[in-house]
Design a protein around this ligand. Structure first.
Ligand code: SAH
Ligand code: SF4
Length: 371
């Protein structure tokens, strides 16, 4: 059976072409699946009954299997989704004053092994399919609508999710072939119709894939920097040994030529005594002076067995001040959903049969306590 959540506009057009049907059928079905959030081909009442039966014989709408669904005291909601063979991934809904953001996962586990990340610690199992990525947005919109969730930005009967960030489990650019069709569905006016500015891909810096994304489907870009020099970044983000900072920053500038926003957001996780000194901020400011950018400082979120500590608030504020004085817009990410372990880098899911296909470099720096 074909899962309709697996098909972007091109895929749906090919599906109906094979049936000898007119191209507008693809749009009609896209509206049903992604806008009316139908769960069953039988619901598509503006298709003739014989056509519905032909479609239903070949295709279905197969959403994610939910293992758990938890809401935090601040309204953040986390779903644990079964992705088979004992693996699970998480997605998180984050309501804010003016938007509803969904943080989606793109892989079961992650091979890139960043020292401070819970997903990375688990190793890698497999890439999520297009249906498993798109199904997250489909399911969240559907459930929130069914629950009658209200918020100032939600128009009557319209989808509650206004923004998508690819910041859940996994490295999106390491699952390029499935992430790009999923992005196209997020952006497609006949599907979710999100603007490119409201879809943000976060990457640890896979330079060749970033260059491809610039051509294939540019969306807003966040880059996980976390260090202002190669020696430290090699330890924290091991992929830096393959694509060092100079290459990554050059790729950011190339990307900006096509990007929907005229800046890159640099994410910087604040690790006590590791990368949070005022001098580190000055070094960082020098490093990125030729890249139009903003900074988002992320207080590190703990998880069991991790060998880091979160920078004290005063240290984060001092770091922010150095960047601000150097002329960079710098925000501190508010930690959301803490009481349900839904914060950045805490998404653990469940990864079994992992290949341990990592870079072959273990990178666990001993955090110094000296400030
Ligand atoms: N693989 C991609 C996207 C997923 S991680 C990437 O690395 O960019 C999303 C963000 O959360 C990244 O900036 C990542 O570095 C950060 N992160 C990972 N673990 C974290 C933790 N324990 N606390 C805070 N942020 C974390
Ligand atoms: Fe993978 Fe991103 Fe975690 Fe690094 S921070 S291990 S790239 S998910």
């Amino acid at each position: 059976m074909i899962n309709l959540l697996d098909l972007d506009a091109r895929g749906l057009a090919a599906f109906f072409a094979d049936l000898g049907e007119k191209p507008f059928r693809a749009k009609q079905v896209s509206h049903w699946v992604h806008q009316r959030l139908a769960g069953d081909v039988a619901a598509m009442t503006d298709l003739s009954r014989p056509l519905r039966e032909r479609v239903a014989a070949l295709a279905e709408i197969h959403g994610p299997a939910v293992i758990s669904d938890t809401t935090a005291s601040d309204g953040t909601r986390k779903w644990l989704l079964d992705v088979a063979a004992g693996n699970a991934v998480e997605m998180v809904y984050i309501p804010e004053d003016d938007r509803g953001t969904l943080c989606v996962s793109t892989q079961a586990g992650c091979a890139l092994d960043c020292a401070f990340c819970s997903t990375g610690r688990q190793g890698f199992n497999r890439n999520l399919t297009v249906a498993e990525i798109v199904g997250q947005l489909w399911h969240a919109n559907r459930t929130l609508l069914a629950d009658g969730v209200t918020a100032p930005w939600i128009e009557q009967g319209r989808a509650p999710i206004t923004n998508v960030v690819l910041m859940g489990m996994g490295e999106p650019l390491a699952n390029y072939d499935n992430v790009v069709p999923a992005l196209r569905v997020f952006l497609d006016d006949n599907a979710y119709g999100l603007s490119r500015r409201r879809v943000t891909l976060s990457t640890s810096g896979l330079v060749p894939a970033l260059d491809r994304l610039r051509e294939d489907c540019p969306v807003a870009l966040a880059v996980s920097l976390h260090a202002g020099n190669d020696a430290l970044r090699n330890r924290l983000v091991p992929i830096n040994r393959v694509h060092p900072l100079a290459d990554l920053l050059a790729a950011c500038n190339r990307y900006l030529e096509r990007a929907p926003r005229d800046f890159v957001t640099f994410e910087y996780v604040m690790l006590d005594g590791v990368n949070d000194a005022p001098e580190a901020a000055r070094e960082l400011a020098r490093l990125v002076r030729d890249v139009p950018c903003k900074f988002n400082l992320i207080p590190w979120n703990p998880f069991p067995g991790a060998q880091f500590a979160t920078s004290p608030r005063s240290r984060i504020l001092a770091f922010q001040q150095v960047l601000a004085d150097a002329g960079f817009v710098t925000t501190i990410r508010k930690t959301r959903g803490e009481d349900i372990d839904a914060a950045c880098g805490q998404l653990a899911g469940r990864v079994q049969d992992r290949t341990r296909r990592r870079l072959g470099i273990r990178a666990v720096p001993a955090p110094s306590t000296a400030h």
